[in-house]
Design a protein around this ligand. Structure first.
Ligand code: 5GP
Ligand code: ZN
Length: 115
């Protein structure tokens, strides 16, 4: 998708601090971290919003979660854990219209909205 900043990061047109990459998934540090660990995990396929997901994307979304665990192991925060947040649409405040999963960690996270 031409005007999508995350597609530009995938293509290397915008630099990023990469954490993990394979044929389907890319992970990189958030430019404006909200926690000591703040990594964004994105599919290489452009999907604007979670509400645009189709049945054909089910394996991809599953892969994103197992990839998050690989990243947690690689980066050394698997044992302490992490929080995953995915914003969707206007009410969530989604800013970048390419689905992404925020991994937050590196400290005890407060401000639980649910739970
Ligand atoms: P959203 O609010 O859409 O869930 O989150 C978008 C996230 O993308 C924000 O946390 C923001 O800091 C991050 N972000 C926006 N532009 C860039 C960029 O060019 N590079 C990186 N690494 N992160 C970005
Ligand atoms: Zn995109």
């Amino acid at each position: 998708m031409e005007d999508c900043i995350f597609c530009k990061i995938i293509k290397g047109e915008i630099p990023s601090k990469k954490v993990y990459e394979d044929e389907d998934v890319l992970a990189f540090h958030d430019i404006n971290p909200a926690a000591p660990i703040h990594i964004l995990v994105i599919p290489k396929k452009h999907i604007s919003k979670l509400t645009d997901l189709k049945e054909e994307d089910e394996a991809l979304i599953g892969k994103i979660y197992t990839t998050i665990n690989k990243i947690a192991e690689q980066e050394g925060f698997k044992e302490n854990g992490y929080r995953v947040i995915a914003n969707c649409g206007k009410d969530s405040g989604q800013e970048v219209m390419h689905i992404h999963f925020h991994i937050l960690g590196g400290k005890v996270l407060g401000d639980k909205i649910v739970g």
